[in-house]
Design a protein around this ligand. Structure first.
Ligand code: BGC
Length: 759
């Protein structure tokens, strides 16, 4: 196809295109390409999964990662990436992927996926970042900035409230307004505002009954009008219900092709007047813009160095791993006799199944990565193909463990345990693996666990082993990265981006996951992840933000630029961090904000800042954060906006969500007046709290034989009387204490006078 370099004069083309051609441009030509219009020299562009590598299929396309794609580099998926808490690293990864897209002639990489990990059971959690929207948004924004710095588009997905795989194509996520805004939308909002992705991919599911693909509120109002999104909205693959409603709602591009069926629906709707040409043109413009941007910036002779990207994948993997436990056994010494046990040591699980499945050009494993440098033996221990205890394999592994100084047991979730397309039903590792660990522990107290899994698991032997490294799914350089960390070539510096509960039943969504055939109710509200475990003061295996290092860090001198601010001001927070150990290391400094007293339910604390700082032994650095209105705000459903209540807030700096080391109080004054109207349902207590001069209500109360003054009468239960008045709606005065002395007109008059005070 002849490419139309330079501007493709979108407005001119809109005049030339027929209605049929316009409708055609609003769906794919096939699985991965937009349509070309040869007559007008409009070329097609290719889009490809994503997100942590390229799944570019040249033939036999599918959306589940079944058939082969071109050999590429598999970087660590989001589950691991998030644990790095490193924005620069995300940008570097994005840039590398942008280069790969240029080389492979791909215009848009289909990712990142930022959906919140509502339940540890969601089969696709490995592809998502966190249970915390701030962390997910910040990390994904830098990923997008990195890719797009190479003039390659991204597709922020899956918009929105797609937090499970069960019935993902039809289920309705029932979420209240505040929860949606604070937990399930603010992650997307951050990425849109900070990185302006070229495209957003709508989710399959419905939100409160309305499909995302035809949700005018979601796509036009929130995404575009409120957040200022300028790009194109594409369907998740096949996520169309009513195509015409979709165009009206701002759903621009349907992928993949629908054999022209839905294009005809668009044509028909324009012809019969149920869809306007302006709405069609609006979407065509956005498709042409994507095409134009690609061809204006395509690097014709682009290539990339696969080996260099493998090395980058290795570095990234080692920056993401989380050291969960270490009784001093790690790092291993170079000359120690070590037994690597478990099939994952030879055949690691390093990515998840489904549409993000990358055809890695090579994969490293820990045994091969270690064998030339260190004294390691290997025993298979179990099979990853079936969950069955094999007595011979166990006996061989026990022997290897006994003969070594240290046993490193590799455990994790095989492919069949978690994948796109379905959810887990439990949080356990395969039985054969747990059995093996227990048997090894009987003969070898120096047991270290390496974990390859895409989401939290129950760890029945956690108290008995000497050390645990959570590698999650680490991409194709997993073997080298694991060995680098075990032997201390790299000091672990990741921290958990999700909580590890002790048992799945402790998770707040447990009762309502995955819902019924029609809907899933997010009844835990905003209390997702650590927001819930904190509030309940529930013991967990490992808290959000937790992770160890081979060195130690000390925090001091927490300062704030002002202790009294207005909600329109921003405040700078600084803290000193010192490496007090003997080796170079990196620390993730976390900043949480707590609303000390609130009129609505709020979490104990929420993450509002993080920085990763690298320190030589003895070195100290000052880390700085900026807090603004959003850092203190909750979503107020009375004004349908973010709102900061006047009062005290604690700025908490910690090593994890559970280990807060320094605290500082800030007074914040609200500049937003909440319009409030007193009605006859307002309680007497609220009247006292809302108005400066309560005399009108006192006048009314004085007309009754019973009044708050009765609370002081002997024989009455004072507390009960006071509480009764406090919570009594104004209209109840008539029936409870009015005794015929008060008429409706008296009540109306008092309400009028009270409203004059607050109006
Ligand atoms: C997935 C998307 C993916 C698309 C194309 C869908 O099933 O949900 O994340 O980008 O397929 O493969």
């Amino acid at each position: 196809m002849e490419q139309n370099k330079g501007s493709i004069h979108i407005e001119e083309l809109l005049k030339e295109l027929t209605l049929e051609e316009k409708a055609g441009l609003l769906s794919g030509a096939d699985f991965w390409h937009t349509k070309a219009v040869k007559r007008l020299n409009i070329p097609d562009v290719m889009v490809t999964d994503g997100p942590h590598g390229l799944r570019k299929q040249e033939s036999d396309p599918d959306h589940l990662g079944i058939t082969e794609s071109v050999a590429a580099v598999c970087f660590p998926p989001a589950v691991a990436l998030a644990c790095s808490y490193d924005r620069d690293l995300m940008r570097t990864l994005g840039e590398a992927l942008g280069d790969e897209c240029q080389a492979e002639k791909v215009s848009t990489l289909l990712g990142p996926g930022v959906n919140i990990k509502r339940s540890p059971l969601c089969g696709r959690n490995f592809e998502y970042y966190s249970e915390d929207p701030y962390l997910a948004g910040e990390m994904a924004a830098e990923f997008v900035n990195g890719v797009q710095s190479k003039n390659i588009g991204t597709s922020l997905k899956h918009f929105a409230a797609n937090n499970q795989e069960t019935r993902r194509m039809s289920i309705s996520s029932e979420v209240d307004e505040r929860t949606l805004r604070e937990i399930y939308l603010s992650n997307f909002e951050t990425v849109v505002k900070k990185a302006q992705p070229y495209t957003v991919m709508c989710s399959y599911n419905r939100i409160n009954g309305v499909y995302s693909s035809e949700n005018d509120w979601l796509l036009n109002k929130v995404l575009r009008d409120e957040w200022g999104f300028e790009g194109l909205v594409v369907t998740d693959w096949g996520a169309v219900n009513d195509r015409v409603l979709g165009v009206k709602a701002g759903l621009d591009l349907e992928m993949p092709a629908s054999s022209g069926v839905r294009d005809k629906e668009i044509v028909k709707a324009v012809n019969n007047g149920t869809l306007s040409m302006e709405d069609v043109d609006r979407s065509v413009r956005r498709v042409l813009k994507l095409v134009e941007t690609y061809y204006n910036n395509v690097v014709e002779d682009a290539t990339y160095d696969k080996e260099a990207h493998h090395d980058l994948a290795r570095r990234i993997a080692s920056e993401c791993a989380v050291l969960l436990k270490n009784d001093g056994i790690l790092p291993l010494k170079e000359d120690m006799e070590v037994a690597f046990i478990g099939e994952f040591a030879k055949e690691p699980r390093f990515q998840g199944g489904g549409s993000s499945h990358i055809n890695s050009f090579k994969v490293s494993n820990a045994v091969d990565a270690a064998k030339d440098t260190y004294k390691v033996t290997y025993a298979k221990g179990y099979s990853i193909r079936e969950d069955k205890v094999d007595a011979n394999l166990v006996a061989e592994a026990v022997k290897a463990a006994k003969e070594a100084k240290v046993a490193v047991v590799f455990v994790g979730l095989p492919d069949s345990f978690e994948s796109e397309g379905y959810d887990r039903t439990h949080m356990n590792l395969p039985n054969c693996q747990n059995h093996l660990v227990q048997e090894i522990l009987k003969v070898q107290p120096n047991t270290v666990i390496v974990m390859y899994n895409g989401s939290p698991v129950v760890l029945p032997w956690a108290n008995d082993v000497k050390a645990i490294i959570e590698m999650y799914l680490s991409g194709q350089a997993v073997g080298e990265a694991t060995v680098d960390l075990l032997y201390g070539k790299v000091n672990p510096s990741g921290k958990l981006a999700e909580t590890f509960p002790l048992r799945v039943e402790d998770n707040p969504s447990y009762i309502n996951f995955p819902g019924t055939s029609e809907m899933v109710t997010y009844s835990e509200g905003i209390f997702v992840g650590y927001r819930y475990y904190d509030k309940k003061n529930l013991e967990v295996r490992y808290p959000f933000g937790y992770g160890l290092s081979y060195t130690t860090f000390e925090y001091s001198n927490l300062t704030v630029s002002s202790t009294k601010i207005k909600d329109t001001d921003s405040v700078t927070v600084t803290v000193n961090v010192k490496n007090t150990g003997n080796v170079y290391g990196k620390e993730i400094v976390q900043l949480y904000v707590k609303d000390v007293e609130a009129s609505v339910l709020r979490p104990e604390k929420e993450l509002k800042g993080f920085e990763k700082v690298s320190l030589n032994p003895g070195e100290e650095k000052t880390v700085s954060f900026t807090l603004d209105k959003r850092s203190f705000a909750f979503y107020n459903t009375n004004i349908h906006d973010w709102y900061v209540e006047s009062g005290s807030y604690e700025v908490l700096v910690g090593k994890s969500s559970k280990e807060i080391v320094l605290t500082q109080v800030i007074e914040v004054e609200s500049t937003t007046k909440i319009p409030y109207v007193i009605t006859d349902s307002t309680t007497i207590g609220d009247v006292y709290r809302l108005v400066k001069d309560p005399s009108p209500i006192e006048r009314l109360l004085a007309m009754t034989p019973l009044s708050p003054a009765s609370a002081d009468v002997e024989g009455f239960n004072n507390d009960m009387i006071k509480k009764m008045f406090d919570e009594m709606p104004i209209h109840s005065i008539l029936s409870f204490i009015g005794f015929g002395n008060i008429g409706l007109e008296d009540i109306d008059q008092v309400i009028k006078e009270l409203n004059e005070q607050i109006g």
